[in-house]
Design a protein around this ligand. Sequence first.
Ligand code: FAD
Length: 320
Amino acid sequence: MSNDVLVLAEHQEGRLLETSFELLGKARELADAWGGKVVAVLLGAPDAAAELSAADSVVSCEHPSLAGYNPEAYERALVEILRERDPRLVLFSTTTAGLDLSGAVSVHLRAALVSYVVALSAEGDNALATARIYGGKLLAEVELSGPRSVGAVISGSFPAAFGRAGGTPEVARVDLGHVLGDLRITVTSVVAPEAGDVDITAAELLVSVGRGIGSKDNIELVEELADALGAPLAASRPVVDQGWLPKSRQVGKSGHTVKPKVYLMLGISGAPEHLEGMADAELVIACNTDPAAPVFDVADYGTTLDLFDIADELTRAVKA
Ligand SMILES: Cc1cc2nc3c(=O)[nH]c(=O)nc-3n(C[C@H](O)[C@H](O)[C@H](O)COP(=O)(O)OP(=O)(O)OC[C@H]3O[C@@H](n4cnc5c(N)ncnc54)[C@H](O)[C@@H]3O)c2cc1C
């Protein structure tokens, strides 16, 4: 086993995800503490290698089956690379691909796996992880003391800036064609998010609407408030499930993780699956007519006034 920390550098159509840089920065800190190297693995996007400048080395593999995310092809390629490199710790993000692969890889390597990590540090030879469990209701402290460990980190947990620093990594281009034949999974198409829709994960101020809005016709009212505030409109899952807003607006366990400075919640009860997606919001303001709604346990400010009155009044005040 080496003391290296290996990171899967995820990309979408060749564009590296922000989370890849977040992981690289943390990998650098841990590898320095253990006297190891940072290795970034890049599958299917050879041109992005130069951007991974915070890594000591990049293992890049190009193959038709790796052009987009194919779980089987990615797993086979990763396992092959990991067997050769034998790092102490492998880091993924809790993206769809990261959650798939972290589980699969940990089984192949017989390595300990900790998911939904929000903090990670070196403790002597071991890694100490803080992870969200029970849908984010509890934080667990986990010591990873085995020879090999795998972590899946919630995006936004570490600053990306540290992962952008650095020099010129050595790039090893590997041919893994011998393990990528006879795949049982073929990706036939990729459904892209609706064109032109906003990225709620980047917003500093978010207005978020829940089932309390009652019907699709009423969405316009909160949209007007969001527009007046210059904020995108996000939503809880029932709003998305009913087709009142697109999936790209959903916050929570099966939606996006957001980290705005201000999160204004209108008619959202505060179910754990929703709170999981906004736990790191700096200031939470909740409007819910039910004083016993769990959302008030996490809100910094709250009101039990009707959301329709609040939205109307606020829009007028902001526009005045
Ligand atoms: C595996 C799994 C994954 C999930 N993933 C997600 C996820 O990603 N995101 C997510 O949001 N949920 C998710 N859920 C669903 C989650 O459990 C809740 O059902 C959901 O968050 C509830 O949404 P809500 O708060 O909008 O609706 P409700 O729980 O129905 O709450 C509506 C609230 O509006 C209030 N209200 C009603 N009228 C008004 C009014 N006029 N003014 C003010 N307040 C009013 C009510 O008092 C109530 O508290 C998931 C569930 C599972 C099992």
